[in-house]
Design a protein around this ligand. Structure first.
Ligand code: NAP
Length: 320
């Protein structure tokens, strides 16, 4: 059998994995609609034309339920996978698996088989695993993807800029850590559920240092919000046409730009409102491309063809 990147593979398929050439994969649940295989295989084709080392590399998709991830990670390693991307709902589960083995609790326990990068530890989630001799090296490239995308699309560095961040889930956590690590001027976080917002603010407080960190109710933005902020939507509100806008942009004091992590649909109600108000705005496709490019760079050590990845991602979205 020659596995096709279009097929959705399962844990049973992994047990009988037939390839000896280097394999990469995105692992999620569900995973059918992921455009990552199209994006990465386009880049691997370009790399292979320039360097024969990459001729056999292919990127696949696996649907693994959360309860099976702990069994799947060592099996991917045993089957010779060079790297994995983790997506919903596995980023935190995989972090916990790796972190446990990277920091054995018992004195005299076996040496660590896994390593977790500092940025991923601060976020508490991994989206990229690199094969090592003994286990996996966990990274989180989402923050890099966001910072690069904001710079590319809105022409703004997160460093020195006030940020209004919408959401308190996994993506918001990664974005907040990235903003604080880039020394944003201030960070204002808004979320529908106050309890989740407060939990995030408690976790972020030690990272913030002298950077002003505030939370607010998106229905009632406070009067002292900063002017010239970059607004980042890290909620999932906007994926469905019936979703409410996560905040009324007209209530914010002259934002400098709006970045929506959602890329499907390409224009959410929030982005449409930004356009009406004449605000610079961009969707999350650039973030997807840059987090993927950084992952591919980690796996291959090569200079990655970002434009080929972007073109393939756009084409894959059009086909959906
Ligand atoms: P998550 O952990 O499930 O968090 C969802 C967040 O959205 C929570 O803050 C939740 O608020 C909020 N939310 C959900 N429905 C809402 C609604 N109707 N109104 C207001 N707020 C709502 O999800 P996630 O992993 O953080 O992902 C969030 C979004 O980022 C998704 O759309 C995902 O596709 C996108 N994303 C994009 C990229 C990229 O590369 N472009 C990367 C990562 C994530 P509560 O706390 O009130 O429930």
């Amino acid at each position: 059998m020659t596995p096709s990147p279009e097929t959705v593979f399962t844990l049973d398929d992994l047990a009988g994995w037939p390839r000896s050439d280097p394999s990469l994969a995105v692992v999620g649940h569900p995973i059918k609609h992921s455009i990552s295989p199209a994006m990465h295989n386009a880049a691997l084709d370009v790399l292979a034309r320039a360097d024969a080392r990459f001729a056999g590399w292919r990127y696949f998709r696996f649907d693994i339920p959360p309860a099976d991830l702990a069994r799947a990670l060592p099996l991917f390693h045993a089957k010779g996978f060079q790297g994995l991307n983790l997506t919903v709902p596995h980023k935190v589960i995989a972090f916990n698996e790796l972190n446990l083995a990277a920091n054995p609790a018992q004195p005299g326990a076996p040496a660590a088989t896994h390593v977790v990068e500092r940025a991923a530890r601060a976020i508490g989630a991994v989206n990229t695993l690199l094969r090592t001799g003994a286990g996996w090296h966990g990274h989180n490239t989402d923050g890099y993807g966001l910072a690069t995308a904001v710079k590319e699309t809105l022409g703004r560095d997160l460093g020195g800029t006030p940020v209004i961040l919408l959401g308190a889930g996994g993506a918001a956590r990664g974005a907040a850590v990235e903003c604080l690590q880039h020394a944003c001027r201030s960070l204002w976080v808004a979320n529908r559920t106050r309890l989740n917002l407060d939990a995030l603010l408690i976790d972020l407080a030690p990272l913030a240092g002298k950077i002003p960190l505030h939370g607010f109710d998106p229905q009632h933005p406070p009067a002292d919000l900063p002017e010239g902020a970059i607004v980042i939507n890290a909620t999932s509100a906007g994926m469905k046409p019936s979703d409410p806008v996560p905040v009324d942009l007209a209530l914010l004091p002259q934002p400098a730009g709006v970045y929506d992590m959602i890329y499907n649909p390409p224009e959410t109600a929030l982005l449409a409102r930004a356009r009406e108000l004449g605000l610079p705005a961009a969707n999350g496709l650039s973030m997807l491309v840059h987090q993927g490019a950084k992952a591919l760079e980690i796996w291959t050590g090569a200079s990655v063809p970002v434009e080929a990845m972007r073109a393939a991602a756009e084409a894959a979205l059009q086909r959906r």
